[in-house]
Design a protein around this ligand. Structure first.
Ligand SMILES: Cc1cc2nc3c(=O)[nH]c(=O)nc-3n(C[C@H](O)[C@H](O)[C@H](O)COP(=O)(O)OP(=O)(O)OC[C@H]3O[C@@H](n4cnc5c(N)ncnc54)[C@H](O)[C@@H]3O)c2cc1C
Length: 285
């Protein structure tokens, strides 16, 4: 289908890009990889008067790793993550999740910033940033600010980003050596969006129990979420078969999934429990 008509700009500075977005009063949209926005244009779900291409903005495609953690520039593509051998150690949960994102061609174009801004509740990256307590750095006409991931997503395809704000960086806290983790996803085909997925990790206390447990779920609500009741089952406990079974049951009890053409609410509720169970089995192994 042909796209609706729009103006196009390709600024070379962040300030210029913000000015262009601000001047169009919500009628302009940033474009990064175009892998979500272009289908939205084709289906007339969005029809901005101006597209502001972010590809020439300097410094947004860097992956930085230091003692504070991993910082992904907003224009980092899925392929960049999978090609960066450092990340397997610096953030193995991120790498495990990105392996499920889309298909070869889309991974060459799609960006982490675009995924976060698009806020699909079944997408992997929004789930990872929420599960990992990441921070989203953004810049708009009012200046720069940092948004905790758990305050960023408002609902399906809706975030707290102002129309003139551009995501510049995603900051994932440092990943200690020895941390246990698992990522499990069920999709109709490899590379499709998740019907349900789970991202879990925990550290271990001196008695061998789980500590700092984080349990994130994807595809079972209007936004990704951490499940405090499940984390409470894990914290302080040895993660054995009994605890994993209780965590899986607590997961199914804690979610209110939607029903759609792919799955009923009851199926998703059961499935996400299984995803958490498998992720914990992988973490404990
Ligand atoms: C067939 C198909 C299968 C897919 N499967 C999956 C999947 O399994 N999992 C998954 O997670 N994704 C999937 N995707 C989506 C893909 O990962 C997209 O690349 C991603 O969601 C959006 O990234 P993008 O760079 O292409 O953003 P774009 O399409 O360019 O933009 C998306 C939205 O984000 C905004 N935006 C982009 N960058 C910024 C920024 N820096 N600051 C502020 N706003 C910004 C745009 O204005 C737009 O509203 C799939 C896409 C297709 C077409």
């Amino acid at each position: 289908m042909k796209l609706p008509a729009f103006e196009y700009a390709c600024p070379t500075t962040l300030a210029e890009a913000v000015t262009l977005l601000a001047a169009h009063d919500g009628e302009a949209k940033a474009i990064a990889g175009g892998q979500s926005l272009v289908p939205m244009l084709a289906f007339r779900i969005a029809s901005p008067s101006l597209l502001v291409d972010l590809r020439k903005l300097p410094g947004l495609d860097a992956i930085r790793i230091d003692d504070s953690g991993v910082r992904l520039g907003a224009m980092v593509r899925w392929r960049d993550i999978l090609d960066d051998a450092r990340l397997v150690r610096a953030h193995p949960l991120l790498v495990a999740a990105v392996r499920h994102v889309a298909h070869y061609q889309i991974r060459n174009r799609g960006t982490v910033g675009g995924s976060i801004a698009h806020a699909d509740p079944a997408a992997e990256m929004p789930g990872i940033v929420v599960a990992c307590d990441a921070e989203i750095a953004v810049t708009g006409k009012a200046g720069a600010r940092v948004i905790p991931a758990n305050e960023f997503f408002v609902g399906a395809l809706t975030t707290t980003l102002a129309p003139d704000e551009i995501i510049t960086e995603i900051r994932l806290p440092a990943w200690p050596a020895g941390r246990r983790f698992g990522f499990e996803e069920f999709a109709l085909r490899r590379g499709d969006f998740a019907i349900a997925a789970a991202a879990v990790f925990y550290d271990q206390d001196s008695a061998g129990g789980a500590a700092n447990a984080h349990v994130g779920v994807i595809g079972v609500g209007d936004r990704p979420a951490r499940l405090a009741p499940v984390e409470a089952v894990l914290n302080g406990a040895r993660v054995d078969a009994d605890v994993i079974a209780r965590a899986a049951a607590a997961t199914s009890a804690a979610v209110e999934p939607p029903e759609d053409i792919h799955a009923s609410a009851a199926y998703r509720r059961s499935l996400v429990g299984t995803m958490v169970e498998r992720a914990l089995l992988a973490a404990a192994a």
